[in-house]
Design a protein around this ligand. Structure first.
Ligand code: NI
Length: 394
């Protein structure tokens, strides 16, 4: 066995054990204290620099900077979800009601593996690599907190990954333009007037009004959004009333809107407000809207998608163009600052992300770590070749 193969096998075992450790001890968004400490300890073991940043949880590692060149950023997220694990794996969650059900333990361990692989070739890197171990992806605020530290100010390009259980191990995928959806959340409060169920004319029934709202919201997609643009409006909660013979005073609805471009997103919010105002007037009642914008759509840069897919092929993956997915991902905030690509990595399934039985196939881990390290190495080379050409032309 060659030295390289043996080293890679040792690293594969190390990051697999690391993932199982994280999986046993999942932590919710903004509470990833032990997770952050574990990542820091592993980085320190390999003498990898950690930047001194004002972050409560999460951290940024840095490698390179010995040779001149640009800065490339890799991003992993580290938080878990409030879900009771039922996956049946032997390294199941020891933290009741909390689970790595989105595979962020996989992303973190792959990024750690990439950091270690990059450290071994630090003096030959044509520039600097920063690796973001980002907190609080699930709440949609972690990316913005990291951007605010200024850690990406000098970066030229960013790459991120998410495991995809709908793709087999050995497959990776991406696409130009919108890859994930813009995610907005809405809550609607209807204030009616309660009355005896037998005397509805003396009240103003909020349940009837809620029914009108739900039906009207579905016309947003059917009659307002152009057929070439995808969008989803889902009402996911409705609460009203407490017994059979009383018309309640109020009703409350909650739901989400998923869109793939800014115009559709603005259109739906504007029409939603108009519909609610119209129904409120028609039923002589008050309807209030709490609109909470989440991350926008992940919008990939065509050049870096081509680069990432070609490199995927060279790294032994079946690299494909995939369709856009209506999930949300706060990686989108980085792409408002700099070009980049988000890549889906096959993790085997069969259960979907956020499912209590969700699991990741460990065989995907080391190839992903290696792929991430190569994304950084080759992107730095590409960027420095471009600089050389620019200098020659100038
Ligand atoms: Ni996720």
């Amino acid at each position: 066995m060659s030295d390289v193969t043996q080293k890679h096998q040792q690293l594969a075992t190390f990051i697999q054990n690391f993932r199982h450790h994280l999986h046993r001890h999942p932590e919710l968004s903004n509470e990833e204290f032990k997770t952050t400490a574990s990542i820091r300890a592993a980085l320190e073991k390999y003498e990898i620099r950690v930047l001194d940043l004002p972050l409560k949880t999460g951290l940024v590692a840095e490698i390179g900077g010995i040779q001149p060149g640009e800065m490339v950023v890799l991003r992993a997220d580290i938080d878990a979800l409030p879900i009771e694990e039922k996956s049946g794996v032997e390294y199941t969650s020891q933290n009741p009601g909390v689970m790595h059900a989105c595979g962020h333990d996989f992303h973190t361990s792959a990024a750690l593996g990439a950091a270690i692989l990059l450290k071994a070739q630090e003096d030959t890197l044509s520039g600097t690599v920063r690796i973001l171990f980002q907190a609080a992806e699930e709440t949609g605020h972690g990316a913005s907190a990291l951007i605010d530290t200024g850690a990406l100010d000098k970066a030229a390009v960013i790459f991120g990954i998410h495991n995809d259980p709908s793709l087999p191990v050995g497959v990776l995928g991406s696409k130009d333009g919108a890859l994930t959806a813009g995610v907005d959340r809405f809550a609607i409060a209807i204030t009616g007037t309660g009355s005896h169920a037998a005397r509805p004319h003396e009240g103003n029934d909020p349940i009837i009004i809620a029914g009108q709202v739900i039906s009207a919201l579905q016309t947003l997609i059917a009659r307002n959004v152009p057929s070439a643009h995808n969008a989803v409006v889902s009402v996911t909660q409705i609460h009203s009333g407490s017994t059979w013979n009383v018309i309640p005073e109020s009703a409350w609805l909650e739901g989400t809107v998923r869109t793939f471009n800014h115009d559709t997103r603005d259109l739906i919010e504007r029409r939603l407000r108009q519909i609610l105002a119209g129904i409120a007037a028609a039923f002589d009642t008050a309807i209030s809207l709490d609109w909470q914008p989440g991350p926008p759509s992940v919008v990939n840069t065509a050049k870096w998608v081509d680069f990432a897919l070609a490199l995927g092929k060279d790294s032994g993956f079946d690299a494909r163009r995939v369709e856009a997915s209506p999930i949300g991902e706060d990686f989108a905030f980085y792409q408002q600052k700099l070009p980049g690509a988000f890549i889906m990595i096959g993790s085997g399934g069969p259960h979907a992300l956020h499912h209590p039985q969700f699991r990741v196939d460990d065989r995907a881990l080391f190839p992903t770590a290696h792929y991430l390290s190569q994304l950084a190495v080759q992107a730095l080379r590409t960027l420095s070749a471009e600089t050389t050409i620019r200098d020659k032309i100038a």
